[in-house]
Write a protein that binds this ligand. Structure first.
Ligand code: CA2
Length: 144
């Protein structure tokens, strides 16, 4: 069965509990459940992970490289703007990579305008809230 990995970076475990005006009211569990159902309907297996630790996100990318995962949907959260290490890990992954941001990072502070991950991403979706994850998943599954 085709497999897709969804990775959520630091603080995204707080979704739905604070700053709903920026990040929406859905929890991460809500988002993951909807994505799992979308994948299941298409005959795909979806694995999702959230971590507040850079190394754990990198380990998950390495594991995906070795287990035949076809694509990664990733919201690296604040690591988007800082992590060459996550970029390097994604550069070692051969499948599709779609970067997602709930908020429109380009309408926010200047430090959010640069993304290391975008140097590897095949596509980037920002500002569409949780809908962005569904669109990213659709893009991964369409190309496999
Ligand atoms: O818009 C996005 O999805 C971001 O990746 C979210 C990151 C931010 O650092 C990026 O610039 C853009 C922050 C995630 C923090 O999530 C929270 C959710 C609820 C309450 C507090 C933080």
């Amino acid at each position: 069965m085709n497999k897709v990995l969804v990775l959520h970076g630091p603080n995204l475990n707080l979704l739905g509990t604070r700053q709903p005006e920026i990040y929406g009211r859905e929890t991460l569990a809500d988002i993951d459940a909807a994505l799992r159902e979308q994948a299941r309907k298409a005959g795909w297996e979806l694995v999702s992970r959230q971590s507040n630790h850079e190394g754990e996100l990198i380990d998950a990318i390495h594991a995906a490289r070795l287990d035949g995962t076809a694509g990664i949907v990733i919201n690296p959260a604040a690591y988007t703007h800082t992590s060459v290490a996550i970029l390097d890990a994604l550069n070692a992954f051969d499948g599709k990579v779609i970067e997602v941001h709930l908020s429109n990072v380009h309408r926010r502070e200047a430090f959010r305008h640069h993304s290391y991950v975008s140097l590897r991403a095949d596509g980037v979706i920002a500002g569409l809230g949780s809908r962005g994850y569904g669109l990213a998943l659709e893009a991964v599954m369409a190309d496999a």
